[in-house]
Design a binder for this molecule. Structure first.
Ligand code: UDX
Length: 442
């Protein structure tokens, strides 16, 4: 049985550890942060991921998963799952990775294979192998394509496995990796380091680009009285386009996609290449979010509203992660414009004051919405559909609902008295003082 050590118990490392244990391997997951280590020693998974707590408990109980502060002396495979955060210039901070590799020098010197799962921007792996003196024949990369909220499922059923190798990989170790990945019944692409980096970066950048395009078409639909879902579902019916990632919103977030656009753009610019499409997709995403905030401000101003409630703070449903969340960007814009802002999110119970000074995070949708002049849907939590909207609307000063995620049913909302509109469809003709002409969102 292969001795597998996973370095880093973040969302990639913990999912990888539990996934490999569920595939019958014996795994030690190593974490240096007491904040993460302590709950795990008590059997509690410190991140919000579907199925992860159950998988962790079962693997620990079966003796297939151990949690440690230091790596075991003997390890055949070392999976590096530490963060490689991208700074604002699109460069990866590799300090955690090189620090972990330094601590693993004894294991590396006794023949362990190094498998880097951390996201490596283009040109990074070669540099790390060279600068950290890693044995190229035993150093592999294995980029992950996990979505938060469905990460364990994505790990256990990947659409493809990518293994990046140096110029002459150790064939025995490569075979060992194949034995791990073959049961996943997905095509295994054994490629060079740069290919693996480009596959990961291009995959994420394309997903982001597709989202920006969907959101732009949704805005165009608003201007011409078309319906975004009607249009994009028919567009996605073309197998060359595909239906996924065409669900329009007022913008996308997360720790990966927005940053990946910056990383890919920077990778090109550093080699003198204009990255027209990638840069445009990043700029468009921010513009869509600002356009949504302007739309809310226009509705509030036209109704002399001062209080706005947001339902949703996480960057997407199914997670408590607010990193580059479009909802928070809109919150900051509304606070800066002087509005009172309250918010409720089923998974996000608090937001650092530095993130949104003045935001009131409520314990319930009812508490967030009571007395508001407008409520915006900003994260696609399915439970927002089941709220008692008749009661919520009665508790508001104005029953205005602006759906930034096209989550709610327009007819059902209007039937309970909502003055409802949503991105991607032309707003209803505005009665009264709001009927002033002019395009939405200027
Ligand atoms: C993404 C990639 O999907 C994954 O392959 C990569 O490994 C990490 O980055 P993640 O950021 O966790 O995963 O979530 P994802 O499901 O991709 O959603 C990203 C953003 O796009 C969210 O804000 C989500 O709400 C939004 N989104 C997604 C849409 O607005 N419409 C869609 O159709 C899909």
């Amino acid at each position: 049985m292969l001795g597998i050590t996973v370095i880093g118990a973040g969302y990639v490392g913990l999912v990888t550890s539990v996934g490999l244990a569920q595939r019958g391997h014996t795994v030690t997951v190593v974490e240096v942060s007491e904040r993460r280590l302590e709950p795990m020693r008590q059997g509690v998974v410190p991140i919000h991921e579907a199925g992860l707590q159950e998988g962790f408990t079962a693997a620990v109980d079966a003796g297939r998963l151990m949690v440690a502060r230091e790596a075991p002396a003997s390890a055949d495979l070392l999976f590096l799952c530490v963060g490689t955060p991208i700074n604002d210039r699109g460069h990866a901070d590799l300090a955690a990775l090189t620090g972990a590799l330094r601590d693993l020098r004894p294991q590396i010197d006794t023949g362990a294979a190094i498998i880097i799962r951390s996201t490596m921007p283009l040109g990074t792996t070669d540099r790390v192998v060279r600068e950290d003196g890693l044995p190229e024949s035993r150093t592999f990369t294995n980029p992950e394509f996990l979505r938060q909220g469905s990460a364990l499922g994505d790990f256990l059923a990947p659409s493809r496995v990518v293994v990046g190798t140096g110029r002459s990989p150790d064939s025995e170790l490569l075979e060992r990796l194949r034995t791990i990945f073959e049961p996943f019944a997905a095509p295994i692409h054994v490629v060079g380091y740069a290919d693996a980096e480009a596959i990961k970066n291009a995959s994420n950048a394309f997903l982001a680009l597709k989202l920006s395009f969907a959101n732009e078409i949704a805005a165009l639909c608003e201007c011409y009285g078309a319906d975004a879902d009607t249009v994009l579902q028919a567009v996605g019916a073309d197998p060359r386009i595909g239906p996924l990632f065409l669900r329009p919103s007022f913008g996308f977030g997360g720790s990966c996609l927005p940053k990946e656009l910056q990383t890919v753009a920077m990778a090109g610019l550093e080699r003198g290449l204009e990255m027209h499409v990638t840069v445009a997709a990043a700029e468009a995403n921010l513009a869509h979010q600002d356009r949504f905030a302007a739309r809310l401000e226009r509705r509030l101003a036209a109704n002399t509203g001062t209080r706005v409630a947001l339902l949703g703070l996480a960057f997407k449903a199914g997670t408590d992660d607010t990193r580059t969340s479009p909802a928070l960007r809109v919150v900051r814009r509304l606070l800066a414009a002087g509005y009172e802002v309250s918010a409720f999110d089923p998974a996000v119970r608090q937001v650092a004051v530095s993130e949104a000074p003045g935001l009131r995070v409520s314990e319930s949708a009812a508490a967030a919405v009571a007395g508001a002049d407008l409520v915006a849907i900003t994260t696609e939590w399915p439970e927002f559909r089941d709220l008692d909207w008749a009661a919520l609307l009665r508790s508001m000063r104005k029953p205005i609902v602006v759906d930034g995620r096209r989550l709610l049913d327009p007819a059902a909302m209007r039937a309970v008295g909502a003055d409802y509109e949503r991105i991607g469809s032309a707003p209803p003709p505005l009665a009264g003082p709001e009927s002033a002409p002019g395009p939405i969102g200027r």
